[in-house]
Ligand binder design. Structure first.
Ligand code: NAD
Ligand code: UGA
Length: 460
């Protein structure tokens, strides 16, 4: 099928490349000329594991093209996907201006019977508004609107797209549903469930899914705070409750709070839409506040431990999660800003996101390795769960540092190993860890698992 995609960001590019590799003829357009030029030259504007290879493959087999204007890619497309940004307005509600602009641009070029598919995340009711918008521009109703929310995660976008838990398609007429179903036919044939529903349901499913996942994270973070006060270990609690099939183990990792371009904005949008509809989402409203507060609390936790007059902190990880260079609403950026405001010198490392972070954080010193970042630092703070940080040589790290504080906001590091390297370990929700100073690792029975050993040591 001939498909046009408007918006060449994380979602537009992933969707375009994957649909092309599934056998469709895809053309992608973006309003950003620089982005298009880079793509035409064969360069991806974002880092996403596997995307560069899939992009090359799709370009080589001729199924993926870049178009400089909508009038080149829209007229012969049976489906036109809108994958533009939907940022938050001041009050949290969705700013649909990019969508409206894209709708205006494509309207005159749509072929009769084409389906306009909203891939961007929107509040319930947006599809209907867009339909009116396009009809006004076009002067006819010979097109359909569909909703096909995207559930991919950055860092695992390709796999999430090609092997999704489900595909949701919403439309108000059967022909549009048929087009949407045909697009995903090869995935459905492999057993991926496809849910056909109304546009409103599809829009709501996306927001509710993100809100629910964010609530899971918010819940485990609250439990982490609780654990710290009562001598429990949140990683054990998450395992223990996650094994219950009704709860599930995903999205139960305590950390510095959720960030990224989606959960923060989508929870705000869901809450704003609920308020507007007269159905306030109290759980989500509280979650938003608690998540924002958490990042401030963790930054203050670091500041409290720094006694030196001109403190230096090594910050490991800047992206909002591992395997991406995306720093949008990254907890590391919020925490970094607070530390800088406290007059702390920040030496930073991230495998992918240093260039992006330098654009928004003044005065950070970018370092080539975590050890270089730790040089002269009073504290090292691990904020993003890059696998490299789980495998740090802690003795080498400690040797580089002036102080000994190790803040592990992702619980990546073995507290016992940190203690053996004379580091003062601060995880999140690890209340049963060894007392931070009086550790004599050699006296711990080696037969016991670390967890049991730590719990024992904490009691003595
Ligand atoms: P992005 O900012 O990476 O990309 C959006 C692109 O749209 C930009 O390149 C921009 O130049 C382009 N654009 C804006 N207006 C345009 C117009 N009128 N015509 C052509 N191009 C235009 O955004 P993203 O992260 O890909 O997200 C897109 C949408 O998908 C959002 O609604 C987001 O909430 C949703 N979403 C994102 C993810 C994710 O992981 N990033 C996952 C699922 C859903
Ligand atoms: C999220 C959803 O997982 C996707 O399904 C959705 O498509 C996407 O938002 C979207 O709507 O745009 P993403 O933001 O890419 O995907 O990444 P996640 O893996 O969900 O992580 C979001 C944030 O939560 C990160 O800051 C991450 O570190 C944090 N997180 C995640 C935790 O703190 N603990 C966890 O257990 C999981």
């Amino acid at each position: 099928m001939k498909i046009a995609i408007i918006g060449a960001g994380y979602v537009g590019l992933t969707t375009g490349v994957c649909l092309a590799n599934l056998g469709h003829q895809v053309t992608v357009h973006d309003a950003n000329r620089e982005r298009l030029d880079a793509l035409l030259a064969g360069h991806l504007p974002i880092y996403e594991p596997g995307l560069a290879e899939a992009f090359d493959q799709a370009r080589c087999n001729g199924s993926f093209r870049i178009s400089l204007s909508v009038d080149q890619c829209v007229p012969d497309a049976a489906a036109v996907f809108l994958a533009v940004g939907t940022p938050a307005r001041q009050d949290g509600s969705v700013d649909t201006r990019q969508l409206q602009a894209a709708a205006r641009q494509i309207a005159p070029h749509l072929k009769s019977g084409a389906v306009v598919v909203v891939k961007s995340t929107v509040s319930v009711g947006t599809g209907k508004v867009l339909r009116r918008h396009i009809a006004q521009q076009r002067g006819s109703m010979d097109f359909a609107i569909g909703s096909n929310p995207e559930f991919l995660r950055e860092g695992s976008a390709l796999n999430d797209f090609m092997c999704p838990d489900r595909i949701v398609v919403g439309a108000d007429d059967d022909e549009a549903l048929e087009v949407l179903t045909e697009i995903y036919q090869s995935l459905v044939a492999q057993g991926v469930p496809l849910l056909e529903t109304s546009i409103e349901n599809a829009e709501m499913i996306k927001h509710a899914a993100n809100a629910f996942l964010a609530l899971k994270i918010g819940f485990i973070n609250e439990v982490a705070d609780f654990c710290e006060l009562v001598g429990a270990d949140v990683t054990a609690i998450a395992r223990g409750i996650g094994l219950d099939g009704r709860i599930g183990s995903a999205f139960l990792t305590a950390g510095p709070g959720f960030g990224g371009s989606c959960f923060p904005k989508d929870t705000r949008a869901f809450a704003a839409a609920g308020r507007q509809a007269g159905a306030p989402q109290a759980l989500v409203e509280t979650l938003i506040q608690r998540n924002e507060r958490r990042q401030v609390d963790l930054a203050e936790r670091v500041c409290r431990e720094l006694k030196d007059r001109s403190p230096v902190v090594a910050m490991l990880g800047l992206s909002f999660k591992a395997q991406t260079d995306d720093i949008r609403e990254s907890p590391a950026i919020t925490i970094g800003r607070i530390l800088l405001d406290h007059g702390i010198r920040l030496r930073v490392h991230d495998p992918r996101a240093m260039a992006n972070a330098s654009l928004v954080l003044d005065e950070i010193e970018c370092c080539r390795t975590p050890y270089e970042a730790a040089r002269g630092a009073d504290a090292t703070v691990v904020i993003t769960e890059w696998p490299d940080y789980a495998a740090l040589d802690l003795t080498r790290l400690r040797r580089q540092m002036r102080g000994r504080h190790l803040f592990d906001f992702r619980n990546l590091i073995d507290p016992l190993a940190a203690a053996r390297s004379s580091l003062t370990y601060h995880g999140v929700g690890r209340g049963s860890m060894l007392p931070q100073t009086a550790i004599v690792p050699s006296t711990l029975p080696t037969r016991l698992s670390d967890e049991v050993a730590m719990a024992k040591a904490a009691r003595t």
